[in-house]
Design a protein around this ligand. Structure first.
Ligand code: NAD
Length: 498
């Protein structure tokens, strides 16, 4: 049995002695085990980080950028093997796994420009002989806690930014697919990154709590489900840390009567079922505006969904693979049953799906549920599977209201040919990331990623300029170099009390 260990500098303590199994979701077999750490493992990682970070922070940004350039090249060279490893533990198909690595790589590319990004502000002559400048300094040691669904992209969102600005970073990836995060940390060292600057500790709640309570960790970035995001945010802030915590999602795709339905159906099917719906930017709710739009859309959606090919993660023809664990498969099927009980019309039922030759794999067939209403639990909660729910809206106002009133506010998309309606929608909708004829509006690496409401706790988004701000603190220096010649109103007078 393969064992996945912590990636820390120096001697690795024993930890809890507990392990967590890593499935191969395509076969339904356990393929490895990961060691679960505790505070002693974290203390060892923190000690190594403390030893390495001052020299890394003192390395000029251009030299740090050179390490990031080499890191980027190594990730590119290892793309295929990273994607295959990722697919085997997560279940997403290999092409999709490459997309996972690629989106993380783009943040590494952004981080290669860190000398430009970190330039501060300067005011010459703010007073007689006085100049003011602001600089951004690293926080020291940062930590990241990441979900199972993007085991390359999300660790890279956090680590690339945290490290490039001069911090040491400790990653606690999901215990369900931890191998790629470890491989990425190894590549950072191969790229010339100093030991102790990027480390990986594994664990569950015990390790998360140790991170949140550790005095030497200045900031925590979390991505995962909303209840845990909220918990992490509160506990981390109570311990005096800077915390950003991204949560769950239930993104709506609004289909206006004038939308190009062929293009829209293609986009919707990819966004709802790609990666088996296990994406925080998936589109699990479609909102046709008007009964006529709903009927026309449904007629085109059904054959497109029925054509989807579900397969093992290394099947090059498969459009999506299995879900991550048997428990998650059961949870998704339970939600379909709940939707049915609540009065939803199960148009295509993915329960009980079995893939020939891979009967033990964790597959769920594509599911379409019509006549879903806003009072249903299955609408209010995140299902996180290959399930598309249709909520029919009467008019544009309804279409703005539905995503705006939902507890989550991660992403939303509108499909229309009407520029005015699209502009109005983007302006008014209470959601953090909006797509106009773009089904999955994940911002490019030089913008930044973040949802509203229960999809995001804290003030800063991930990556881009906001990522730089999250991982640094501002210091402002007011300096005076008087030559003694200034008189009258130009003279510098030291303020006195009273
Ligand atoms: P999860 O919340 O179960 O786990 C996330 C992390 O929290 C993992 O590292 C896990 O070990 C840890 N954790 C789990 N239980 C914990 C507990 N009781 N106390 C402390 N820590 C705990 O999430 P997941 O199932 O791995 O990922 C899927 C979720 O992540 C979905 O809700 C999805 O929408 C969300 N997600 C959000 C974004 C975003 O940017 N908003 C991106 C990707 C995924």
């Amino acid at each position: 049995m393969r064992h996945v260990d912590h990636f820390i500098t120096g001697t690795v303590p024993q930890g809890t002695g507990r392990t967590h199994k890593i499935w191969n979701p395509s076969t339904g077999q356990v393929q490895a085990e990961v060691k679960l750490g505790d505070k002693s493992v974290l203390d060892a990682a923190v000690a190594a980080a403390q030893a390495a970070q001052p020299a890394w922070a003192a390395t000029n940004p251009q030299r740090r950028a050179r390490v990031m350039f080499r890191y980027k090249e190594l990730i590119e060279q290892n793309m295929q093997s990273l994607a295959e490893l990722l697919a085997s533990e997560h279940g997403k198909v290999v092409d999709d796994a490459k997309g996972d690595v690629q989106r993380g790589l783009e943040v590494v590319e952004f981080a290669c420009g860190i000398p430009q990004v970190l330039k501060g502000e300067y005011t010459h002559g703010a007073g007689p002989g006085i100049d003011v400048y602001s600089m951004r300094q690293p926080l020291g040691i940062g930590a990241g806690i990441t979900p199972f669904n993007f085991p390359a992209m999300i660790p890279l969102w956090m680590s690339a930014m945290a490290i490039a600005v001069g911090n040491a970073f400790i990653l606690k990836p999901s215990e369900r697919d931890p191998s790629v995060p470890v491989r990425l940390a190894e590549l950072f060292v191969e790229a010339g990154g100093p030991e102790g600057i990027l480390q990986v500790v594994h664990g569950d709640k015990e390790m998360v709590d140790a991170i949140l309570d550790h005095e030497a960790i200045a900031a925590v970035s979390f991505v995962g489900s909303s209840d845990i995001a909220h918990y992490v945010y509160n506990r981390g802030v109570a311990a005096g840390k800077r915390v950003q915590a991204m949560g769950g999602a239930k993104n709506h795709g609004i289909v206006m009567p004038d939308a190009d339905l062929d293009v829209t159906v293609n986009d919707l099917v990819g966004a709802a079922f790609g990666s088996a719906g296990e994406r925080c930017m998936a589109l699990p709710v479609v909102v046709p505006v008007g009964e006529d739009t709903a009927e026309r859309l449904k007629e085109k959606l059904i054959p497109a969904i029925e054509k989807l090919r579900v397969g093992v993660s290394n099947d090059p023809e498969a459009q999506y693979g299995p879900v991550v664990t048997p428990e998650h498969k059961q949870r998704i099927e339970n939600w379909i049953a709940t939707a049915e009980k609540e009065g939803g019309e199960i148009v295509i039922d993915g329960r009980g799906f079995s893939l020939q030759g891979h009967e033990d794999g964790f597959f769920v067939g594509p599911t379409l549920i019509d006549r879903v209403t806003t009072d249903m639990e299955s609408y209010k909660e995140e299902i996180f599977g290959p399930v598309l729910q249709m909520v029919r809206a009467d008019n544009f106002e309804d279409a703005v209201r539905l995503p705006s009133e939902h507890q989550y506010g991660n992403g939303v998309a509108i499909f229309t040919r009407n520029g005015h309606a699209a502009r109005e929608f983007a302006n008014r909708v209470q959601v953090g990331m909006v797509g106009i004829n773009v089904p999955i509006p994940v911002p490019v690496s030089y913008h930044s990623f973040g949802g509203w409401k229960r999809s995001g706790f804290g003030d800063h988004n991930q990556y881009g300029m906001d990522g730089m701000r999250f991982w640094t603190k501002v210091k402002t220096v007011t300096q005076r170099w008087p030559d003694g010649s200034a008189t009258g109103e130009n003279a510098f007078v030291i303020p006195t009390m009273g």
